[in-house]
Design a protein around this ligand. Structure first.
Ligand SMILES: *[C@@H]1O[C@H](CO)[C@@H](O)[C@H](O)[C@H]1NC(C)=O
Ligand SMILES: *[C@@H]1O[C@H](CO)[C@@H](O)[C@H](O)[C@H]1NC(C)=O
Ligand SMILES: *[C@@H]1O[C@H](CO)[C@@H](O)[C@H](O)[C@H]1NC(C)=O
Ligand SMILES: *[C@@H]1O[C@H](CO)[C@@H](O)[C@H](O)[C@H]1NC(C)=O
Ligand SMILES: *[C@@H]1O[C@H](CO)[C@@H](O)[C@H](O)[C@H]1NC(C)=O
Ligand SMILES: *[C@@H]1O[C@H](CO)[C@@H](O)[C@H](O)[C@H]1NC(C)=O
Ligand SMILES: *[C@@H]1O[C@H](CO)[C@@H](O)[C@H](O)[C@H]1NC(C)=O
Ligand SMILES: *[C@@H]1O[C@H](CO)[C@@H](O)[C@H](O)[C@H]1NC(C)=O
Ligand SMILES: *[C@@H]1O[C@H](CO)[C@@H](O)[C@H](O)[C@H]1NC(C)=O
Ligand SMILES: *[C@@H]1O[C@H](CO)[C@@H](O)[C@H](O)[C@H]1NC(C)=O
Length: 342
């Protein structure tokens, strides 16, 4: 095992004052049907101002964000927000558009939470939040993301609750220092399907796990802040490089790594069960950049320990390599929420 020089352990930078959801409402279409819903928010810049960039902070169960027709990125867990920066606003009329899909499990959670900060070249800002100034449509028309789309027949969105209210509760926001608090009740312990029913023989030994994460369009990953609690013994790899190892779930490790530009980020864990429960609980806050074409186009979002991971009962040599073929591996199994295990 080698700790490659391209991955540098760093201390976390000081957090800068960021966007929050304090004034945002969870919004949805005015019906309880599940399925896809489209949203549009018009924004006209004040006369005489030039936009430097806009930051969008967004949380929803399954969303895709567009600005003036261009896709900025997507997300899939309403308890972990993503942030996207774009310089591509025009002086004059702009449209933020979101497609969201209610989760398969529970349509009462179907809602979109957003906060957008527009920064002008003179360093003044405007804030837009999710509220009943957004328009919505409970079908998703072709081309609705475009500024030119005619939305005059769309009703306004319905505010289902202010940020902080039940059933959604708090949302984790990407920040420089968030890793310490990202193993929340929304984080799951995952493992293989091999956790047997009593009294069958219980499996000891090493298991391999992989998650392949794809950056937003036109972006490459630049860093990841990882918080991991893994039972019992583990080696943690990112894009083939060993970045951490440890023993015992009581030890939560946090580490920030820089990543060489790559089309995807592959997290791989060799986890060994020595006795009792075995599990992986992890959050990975991944920062991406649009450089070199658009260095200002940055985003930050979370990957989690969830059923998007895959596992193998053996740990094959080279399993940590980004291009290792895990197509025959099975989806990870959620054992319990993070707070449930001892
Ligand atoms: C938003 O709410 C949090 C928690 O109540 C608080 O710590 C923070 O200062 C608030 N932010 C602003 C800008 O008021
Ligand atoms: C939502 O639908 C109800 C029932 O059809 C209607 O009474 C109400 O005015 C609608 N609200 C909005 C904001 O469209
Ligand atoms: C997310 O929504 C898209 C459509 O917007 C759908 O194709 C996809 O299956 C959904 N993903 C999940 C995990 O529900
Ligand atoms: C805007 O803020 C940046 C960073 O703080 C600074 O470098 C720049 O000079 C400021 N521009 C104006 C017009 O005040
Ligand atoms: C968006 O508008 C452009 C021109 O205004 C058009 O070429 C394009 O097809 C539209 N996109 C969609 C998805 O309809
Ligand atoms: C959906 O979620 C709400 C809020 O958490 C909860 O009250 C309700 O029981 C859930 N419904 C189902 C079918 O799980
Ligand atoms: C990742 O992005 C977040 C949110 O913009 C920022 O606060 C943090 O400093 C970035 N982390 C690194 C290592 O660049
Ligand atoms: C997390 O879960 C534990 C145990 O179920 C519960 O006691 C605690 O209140 C939860 N915390 C939050 C913030 O929901
Ligand atoms: C780990 O091994 C122990 C001892 O054989 C067993 O009791 C336990 O169920 C195993 N855990 C998992 C997650 O396989
Ligand atoms: C996986 O971890 C176990 C226990 O530390 C070790 O014996 C084994 O060599 C590791 N395998 C790989 C391929 O990293």
């Amino acid at each position: 095992m080698f700790i490659h020089s391209i991955l540098t352990l760093v201390t976390l930078a000081t957090s800068t004052a960021g966007l929050d959801f304090n004034a945002s409402a969870w919004i949805w279409a005015n019906d309880t049907s599940s399925g896809e819903v489209a949203f549009r928010r018009h924004f006209t810049t004040p006369a005489g101002k030039t936009v430097a960039f806009a930051d969008t902070l967004l949380a929803a169960e399954n969303f895709t964000l567009f600005v003036n027709g261009e896709e900025l990125g997507s997300g899939a867990n309403y308890q972990f927000a993503s942030t996207f920066r774009t310089p591509f606003l025009t002086s004059g009329f702009n449209v933020f558009a979101v497609t969201a899909m209610s989760g398969s499990t529970n349509s009462t959670l179907a809602a979109v939470l957003a906060a957008i900060q527009i920064t002008y070249s003179d360093n003044t800002t405007d804030i837009i939040v999710s509220d009943n100034n957004w328009l919505t449509c409970d079908i998703v028309p072709e081309g609705y993301q475009n500024t030119s789309y005619d939305d005059r027949s769309w009703p306004t969105a319905v505010e289902k609750g202010l940020y902080g209210t039940a059933p959604w509760g708090q949302v984790v926001i990407p920040t420089a220092t968030s890793p310490s608090s990202t193993l929340t009740n929304a984080t799951n312990w995952i493992w293989t399907s091999g956790v047997p029913a009593w009294p069958s023989p219980a499996p000891l030994g090493s298991r391999a796990f992989r998650l392949s994460w794809t950056p937003p369009p036109r972006q490459t990953a630049i860093s990841a802040s990882i918080t991991a609690s893994i039972n019992d013994e583990y080696l943690f790899f990112v894009n083939g490089n060993l970045v951490a190892g440890g023993y015992g779930y009581q030890l939560t490790q946090q580490f920030t790594i820089y990543i060489l530009p790559a089309p995807k980020v592959v997290f791989a864990v060799n986890a060994t069960n020595d006795s009792g429960p075995g599990g992986i609980a992890a959050t990975m806050q991944i920062n991406t950049s649009g450089a070199p074409a658009c260095a200002e186009c940055t985003s930050s979002s979370f990957a989690l320990s969830d059923t998007n991971w895959k596992w193998s009962n053996t740990v094959p040599d080279g399993f940590e390599a980004p291009d290792f073929d895990d197509s025959s591996w099975s989806p990870a199994v959620v054992e319990a929420v993070y707070s449930a295990l001892p």
